[in-house]
Each structure stands twice: as C-alpha cells, then as structure tokens.
Design a protein. Sequence first.
Length: 414
Amino acid sequence: MAMERRWPAPWAFSVLILPLAISFGFRMTPLPFLLARAGVPVDQIANVASILWFPAILAFLWAPAVDVKLRRRTWLVVGAVGTAVGLCAAFPLIGAQHLKLLTAVVFAAAVADSVVMASGGGLMVTALDASAQSHASAWQQAGQLGGGALGGAVVIWLAGRVPLWAVGPLIAPVVVLPGLVALTIAEPLPATSVWFRGRVGKLLKEIWALVRAPERRWGTLLLLSPTGTGAAAALLPAIASHYNVGATGVMWVNGAAGGAMLALGALCGTFVPGDWDRRLTYAGAGLTNAAAAVVLVTANRPSVYFAGTILYLLTNGLAWARFTALMVEIIGTDTRDASTFFTALAAIGSLPVLLMTWLDGVGFHLFGTRGLLWSDAAPNILIFAIVGSVYLAGGMRLKGTSSESVLDSDVPTS
C-alpha cells in the first residue's frame, strides 16, 4: 500500500495543470497585448477579458460529468486536447475585424481548460492523502501561475517571429503532452451514475448548506469579495505602451520574469503558518497587491512598469495561493463529488475577478491608466480595512481556526 501512495507526488500537479496554465496565460498576456497592437481599444479588451472568465464561473454545470462518467484522468486528457484545438483556431483570428468570433473561439478553449481544472482538482482530493494535499495545492498554483506566464512569454516571442496562424500548431504539443501524464495515475473507474439528473439541484443545496454553516459563512463571503483578484494582470500588457515598454519588455517582464514571480509568490504561501486565520492572511495578501498597483501609478516610465509589474505579479501569486488555502478549508474532507464541489467554489471565486476586470476597464475609460490602477487597488484596501478592523476589535485571532472568531457566531435573535 505504501508503494501505491508514492504516485502521484504533490509536484506532479504542477505538470497536470499546464494545459490550463498555457491557455490561461494566453488570455492574460499575449491576447491583450496582441489585440492592443492590432488597434483594439483597451476598454474593449477589458470587455473581452471579462467575458472569458465566464467558463470558469459556469464550469460547475458540466463538472458533474467528470465525477460520474469516465475516469478523471481521461477527462483531463480530453480537456487538454480540446484546449489545444481551440488555441490553434484562435491565433489566425486575432485582430479588430474578427473580435466577436475570436472571443467565441477562445471562450470554447476556456471551457475545455475548465475540464482540466475540474479533473485535476478531483484527482488531488481522491488520489492524495490529507498530508499531501496542501503541498499539492501550492504546486498546482505554482504550475498554473508560473507556467501561464512563461507560456505567455513564449507565445509573444513566437508571434514576433512566425505568422500568427503558425503559433497555435507550435504550442499545441506543449498543451497536450503534460495532460498525458494523468494516464500514469492508477485511478479506478467511477461508480455508475446518471449524468445530470438531480445533481445540479443537489450541488446547489450543498453550497447553500455550506454558506449557512457558521464556521464557513464568512470565509465564503470573503471568496466572493473583490479582494486578491489580480484582475489588472490581464490588462498590464495592454497599457505597457503607456510606459514606453514594447513587445520585448512585455515578453520578459510579464512573461519570463512574471512567471517566476507568480510561482514564487504562490510558493511563499507555504511559509504562512497553517494555524493563522486564513481570512486575515487572504485579505493581507490583497493589500500587498494593492500596494503594487500604487507603485505603477507613480510615473509613466519603463522602470516603474518593470518594478510595479514584478511586485504586482509576485503579490498576485501569494493572494491566489491564500485563496486556494481558504477554499480548501471551506470545502473540508467530507464531500463525495470532489471535482464538482472544487469547481463550484472556484466558480464562486471567479465572479469577483470578472467584476474587477470590468471595473478596471471602466476606470481606464473614465480616467486612463491611473483610473485603471486605482480601480484595482481600492477594493483591496477597503476589504483589508474591514477585516483588519474586526481583528483589532478582538473579533478575530491571528492564530487559531476560523471557528474561534466571533464572526462565526450567529446573530442573536430576540
């Protein structure tokens, strides 16, 4: 039995998530940069970016299939192949004249990579014991954020050297091959079950019960709050020219160095003591992300863009790692539909990212680059002020589980 537990190792999940990471990285860096270079206005790019968050939000509608039909490892391969096909179809459409069709194609690729997320999340819960799951979560975030940024750098580098239609076929093998690693996991066939009959309703009831649970309620609300989203990361390449930064600078800072910073920030989450209140540490990570956005406001110079972007991506990685830690605490270990529930909570957390991406675009439309950055920073500052005030008032402990906070007690009734 001990031999069977050696694989998958926690680090393997940084590989299994790469199909999603590369697709996610394409949406975060090359797509906005290439659209801006093609003459698409930044506010329209923000609208496209916000639309492309919907597959992550709606993924709970098709995630039940991952729990009941085929093995999760098989679904992961299917998602990887679908992601590669979608990206290959997207590159020839980049430009203002095909914006709607491009959005639809990238949307379809995002649906496919959401299957990778659901499969990987379910495998993490079912294939690992409890002691390995926290390490696997950190490795998965490092693979998703770091791999996405590095993949984005490669795409920008290729886009400057080959026709756009050729970029997709060149990166497709890099998308598919990591997914094949899932086939090495010894996973039993799922129990026979219906596809969707009654499952969505049951899932919604479970989520409602989760929200009503006193020890989980406030953590769930914090997942829904506009803190720690890092939404401006998808728009920084589009405003790079405002700092006199060109394609090479974006490739290295948002891509290569940015990927390292995202991964480093995510792995820094493993140094946060496990008994610290995860709501407080999540809000604190959001505050550091706001501070990085303020750095970018100080001047429109390349050096400010480089320093601010590095800090923004570093703190973004930390915030997303703390988000995952908070989400895992809320889920607990007693759910049966691991992939479905993991995807549903991730969908809940994607709602504020969509909102903040749209709000950042509105800020740019009204007040330019500074409006975008202040729109991104202000909610982080506000949420930390609220959570920090509760902590200073004695309603939340730095150390101890969330159940030890007075926030978790029900409001007394007369």
